[in-house]
Design a protein around this ligand. Structure first.
Ligand SMILES: [Zn+2]
Length: 171
């Protein structure tokens, strides 16, 4: 799967690169494969890992700015997809004041929806839009995995530096 973003907006451009890198990251895919099961899913984590790896879908990110009355229901939404335009991720311009990693995790969450929508023999969504009790559904769990892995990578760099300095002290 490939995520495409054609607007000159560095934060989202970087988040898109992060998401694309994760989608082909073997550690990311393996962590999904190692999972026992997902709630609200007819596909095993192993099948979902295979679908992510095999997917040749392209998803384009478009930005939206909720203004009119019709958009009110989207004011609190980070992003949404629409079955009529299955390959477009609408990202809320008003919800970009957060880390790039968090935006990348949102993109991954929506990628799982796009892959779910394209896999007619399975379903692995999260029902309604309430996030309550959805942590073990595929889109939430995989989105959270992305968030943890992206933030952990930054922490790991700091850890390495600390380890170097303690080694210096011992020597
Ligand atoms: Zn969702």
């Amino acid at each position: 799967m490939l995520v495409v973003f054609k607007v000159k907006l560095p934060k989202v451009e970087i988040a898109t690169e992060m998401a694309n890198a994760l989608l082909v990251n073997s550690e990311f895919i393996q962590k999904i494969r190692d999972k026992d099961s997902f709630d609200m899913s007819t596909a095993s984590p192993q099948v979902i890992a295979d679908l992510i790896e095999a997917s040749r879908l392209e998803m384009e990110i478009k930005l939206f700015y909720p203004t009119g009355e019709n958009d009110l229901k989207y004011i609190k939404t980070f992003a949404f997809t629409n079955r009529k335009m299955p390959n477009i991720l609408f990202l809320n311009l008003k919800k970009l004041n957060r880390t790039t990693e968090s935006i990348a995790a949102t993109i991954i969450h929506e990628c799982i929806h796009v892959i779910d929508n394209a896999a007619s023999e399975y379903t692995f969504g999260h029902g309604d839009n309430s996030s309550k009790g959805k942590g073990n559904t595929a889109p939430y769990w995989i989105g959270n995995l992305a968030n943890k892995m992206l933030h952990a990578n930054a922490a790991e760099l700091v850890f390495d530096q600390e380890e170097d300095s303690s080694t210096d002290t011992i020597v």
